[in-house]
Design a protein around this ligand. Sequence first.
Ligand code: GLN
Length: 259
Amino acid sequence: PEPLLQTPPAPGTGRTLRVCALYPDLMNIYADRGNLLLLQRRCAWRGIGFELTGAGLGDAVDPDAHDLFYMGGGQDRDQALCAQDLVDTKREAIHAAAARGAVVLAVCGGYQLLGHSYELGDDLLPGVGLLDLKTVRHDGKRLIGNVAIEVELPGLDGPRVVAGFENHGGRTHLADGQPALGRVLKGHGNTGESGTEGAMSPTGTVIGTYIHGPLLPKNAWLADWLTQRALGLEEPLAPLDDAMESAAHASAKAAAGLS
Ligand code: GLN
């Protein structure tokens, strides 16, 4: 398929971040596509090439052709369109990619589809089972608002804060032993009660989270960490002038009620 977006690497560097967006049209609530644009801009500013391929309904996925797989959030009805297709046409490829260390990042509805299932009343949407969790649609109120969590990722010098916005009806229950992405500081998180938010593989390279905002523009440090892992680099990426990104992070934290 033709790339949706492509910028070449700076001459002589030759490195390119190859991203596959799963269902870029159907799974893009709250402009989650902004996460992809942020990855592209930060690569371009550093002379790293960027290539974005979309995989929609019925499209097969090559597990070796991408360094990072991305799926945004969606309404229940859009998720229902994607869920079976994801299992039927993409499940094996996503597992194979994750097993070789590719990054998988999924937000909200996409996060729910990385688990075993999403129970919606009488319907049970299947998930790909990359994370050991289940989601159940709750009759009660939606979990909506600004959110801030504390996360610890391999290779970072200490805990960091991820801040953003959540809006979900589903409650996600992690199996015993399934690491959360973080600990809720403000907001609801996975169930509104568990104190956990999101989920990740032990290496941190498979991440699911309820945080929109979009996630990465408000947490540029996380974008850089994911890009470093996706490219298999030992060293952190060169720093950028992040004055605006830091201000966005501070304002997202403040909106959630953290100073
Ligand atoms: N439809 C899902 C829910 O309400 C996910 C929503 C979203 O992606 N924001 O739980």
